[in-house]
Unconditional design. Structure first.
Length: 593
């Protein structure tokens, strides 16, 4: 009995589906030699080329299929995917939109359109297409995953987290989704769950370097520095060619104040990838910490290429330090309030170059910065809707000014450049008149969202020994997070904190109070910069890690002549730091009597 004839197209497709691609391609070719008008054969051969990343051939063959049959959504979907890979984005999107018209209920065509839109940088449009894809197939883990990735790119983190969870519902154990969900939770400071997820990702694929790398970063952010180093060393061992892993290992080592080892990691990262912005930024902060401000500030400009920095786009050019000759310059704040308070000092030097100086700054600082010399006009930085800026000819970020002005380390200081409001100074002088002895203002907590706040901030209880010194009166300057510690600190503390700056504007009362104090003692916060800018004596308690701006091996600050630095001799040991502070405070109180 004769066997039924095997359909050539089915035979070729069976080999294709089984992964026997060379044989499948041979069969497609032979079929088309005899049936050149078979659109399905042209399409499947093109799809095979797409699988093998032979994109130009895929475009050629699928296009032949479409000339023979222009009503098949899969044809347009695969053609668009191939064109997208070749960078033919407009053609790809047109093809994929045609596929959507032909098969509006197909998750795959919506997904491919979303991918093409994403490659063209059209993230919001891509999100719409990915949402259609998951609506058409709620169990498509890859569609949920790419939707989540795109939402994360536009910082819609709550939605991204929800989509990653859907990807994991559709495909439990999906390691890449676990990693990216962990990273999104890390950005939201939900570090416990982030670490649990990333540990599960490591368990799921223990030989995948990316799992260890991302776990190491989350552990660092959680303040588990040695655990972070261990995870990142494993990432480097698994993928020694990963510049990102070397750089992150460096930042973890830096967190442990192992600066020389950290530098070696940054150098290796840059050897592997000379264009890695994060490694340049890391090396810049290392150079600055070592006092190499020339090369440090030059390389610090790489920050604008890092993912964590938001680059300002202006049509006007960046200022290069040349004479302004009557032109208007926009100086714009970046990073935190303390950074603005520190670097606004150079507005006067810019003004001396012969221009009109506009400063764009954070809204809370407008009152206190009105006293700064060299500023002709203050404008508030936009936080939501884009605000129209006044006319300007050139611009410069505040923290780029030391580099633009080509300052050496002994040129960083500026005479007190902020002033307290005279009326408020008199008001607080009268209110504090009854406090005898050495008046010491204190603050202990910075912004908890700061990456290394767990290292730089300390508990109010560290000041307890100072309260035993005869003639010393501690005055609370703490605002915001950490202020609640004053309620049950167990020692005498004059509580001004809740009353400060409520009606006068940020730092206005605080500055006036500082002008009536003998000393300020604080952690590395905006309070330290304000005191230094006012020319008030200030002692700063620093972690052994310490921010780059405090350099290393110094107990003074080139930024502020009235500042003293008290560094940890052992990372995490605040008790020894405050033992020294207490000794110095006792001597100061004795001299004051």
């Amino acid at each position: 009995m004769s066997q039924p004839a095997v359909d050539p197209l089915s035979a070729a497709f069976e080999q294709h589906r089984a992964g026997n691609l060379p044989l499948a391609e041979k069969l497609y070719r032979e079929l088309l030699e005899h049936q050149p008008q078979c659109p399905d054969a042209w399409h499947l051969w093109g799809a095979l080329c797409l699988q093998q990343k032979r994109f130009a051939e895929a475009v050629e063959r699928i296009s032949r299929a479409i000339t023979l049959c222009d009503s098949n959504a899969d044809f347009y979907s695969h053609l668009g995917a191939a064109q997208s890979e070749l960078g033919q984005h407009d053609q790809a999107i047109a093809c994929l939109r045609r596929a959507v018209q032909l098969a509006p209920q197909s998750s795959a065509v919506h997904y491919n359109l979303g991918t093409a839109l994403l490659k063209q940088g059209r993230r919001e449009d891509a999100i719409v297409s990915f949402r259609h894809a998951v609506a058409a197939d709620p169990d498509s883990a890859i569609a949920h995953y790419n939707l989540a990735n795109t939402l994360g790119e536009v910082k819609r983190l709550d939605e991204a987290v929800a989509s990653y969870r859907e990807a994991l519902r559709a495909r439990p154990g999906y390691v890449k989704a676990m990693i990216n969900l962990g990273n999104a939770l890390r950005e939201q400071r939900q570090l416990v769950e982030a670490i649990e997820l990333l540990q599960a990702a490591v368990a799921g694929e223990p030989e995948y370097a990316g799992s260890h790398l991302n776990l190491g970063v989350a552990l660092r952010d959680a303040g588990k520095y040695q655990d972070s180093v261990d995870s990142l060393r494993r990432a480097v061992a698994l993928d020694p060619h990963s510049a990102e892993a070397h750089n992150n290992l460096g930042t973890a080592l830096q967190s442990l104040a192992r600066f020389d080892e950290a530098l070696a990691c940054y150098e290796e990262a840059l050897r592997l990838n000379p264009e890695l912005p994060e490694a340049h930024f890391s090396r810049a902060t290392h150079r600055l910490r070592q006092g190499d401000v020339g090369r440090g500030f030059e390389e610090y400009e790489w920050r604008w290429r890092c993912k964590t920095y938001s680059t300002r786009q202006f049509t006007q050019p960046r200022w290069d330090g040349s004479p302004l000759d009557g032109r208007t310059i926009l100086l714009h704040a970046e990073q935190g309030l303390g950074d603005t308070l520190q670097f606004v000092r150079y507005a006067a030097a810019v003004k001396q170059r012969g221009g009109h100086v506009i400063l764009e700054c954070q809204a809370p600082l407008t009152n206190i910065l009105a006293s700064c010399a060299g500023i002709d006009r203050l404008v508030v930085a936009s936080t939501g809707a884009v605000l129209a800026l006044p006319h300007f000819d050139v611009h410069c970020p505040l923290m780029s000014l030391p580099g633009v002005l080509n300052l050496a380390i002994d040129q960083l200081a500026v005479e007190p450049y902020l002033a307290a409001d005279p009326g408020l100074v008199e008001k607080w002088r009268a209110e504090l008149a009854g406090i005898s002895g050495l008046r010491v203002g204190i603050a202990w907590q910075g912004n908890p969202q700061h990456l290394f706040d767990a290292q730089r901030s300390f508990r109010l209880e560290q000041f307890a020994p100072a309260t035993q010194i005869a003639g010393v009166r501690l005055i609370n300057l703490q605002k915001g997070p950490g202020a609640e510690q004053a309620a049950d600190c167990g020692f005498e503390l004059l509580g001004l904190g809740p009353r400060l700056d409520e009606t006068t504007g940020a730092f206005m009362d605080t500055a006036a109070v500082m002008r009536n104090l003998d000393l300020v003692i604080t952690s590395d916060t905006a309070v330290a910069h304000l005191a230094g800018a006012l020319g008030v004596p200030v002692w700063v308690a620093l972690s052994a890690h310490g921010d780059w701006r405090w350099f290393v091996g110094r107990d003074d600050s080139p930024w502020y002549p009235t500042m003293r630095l008290f560094r940890q001799r052992q990372l995490g040991d605040w008790h020894e730091v405050f033992a020294r502070i207490t000794t110095e405070l006792r001597a100061l109180a004795a001299r004051a009597t």
